[in-house]
Design a protein around this ligand. Sequence first.
Ligand SMILES: [Zn+2]
Length: 86
Amino acid sequence: MREGWGMSRVTKHRWGKKTVISLHKAERECQNGCGIIKVSRYEFEGGRDKFWTEYWRDLDRIECKGTPACEPVARTKLYEAREYPL
Ligand SMILES: [Zn+2]
């Protein structure tokens, strides 16, 4: 365990201005320097509107339930390397 590792001390992301990429995609980058980008996705599928959110860092999608922790990049890489349980 490292200092600040616990879920109780997770910092909230501070999402920046929304960048609209296309009709189906908009991005917001965290202003805290954790390098995470929140991607809002939209698709019209089977006659219904479908919305969901993805989290990305560089070109890697972050696989996790809910919102990944907002931590400095070095620590977040460690978080990925450890395959933090979902
Ligand atoms: Zn963040």
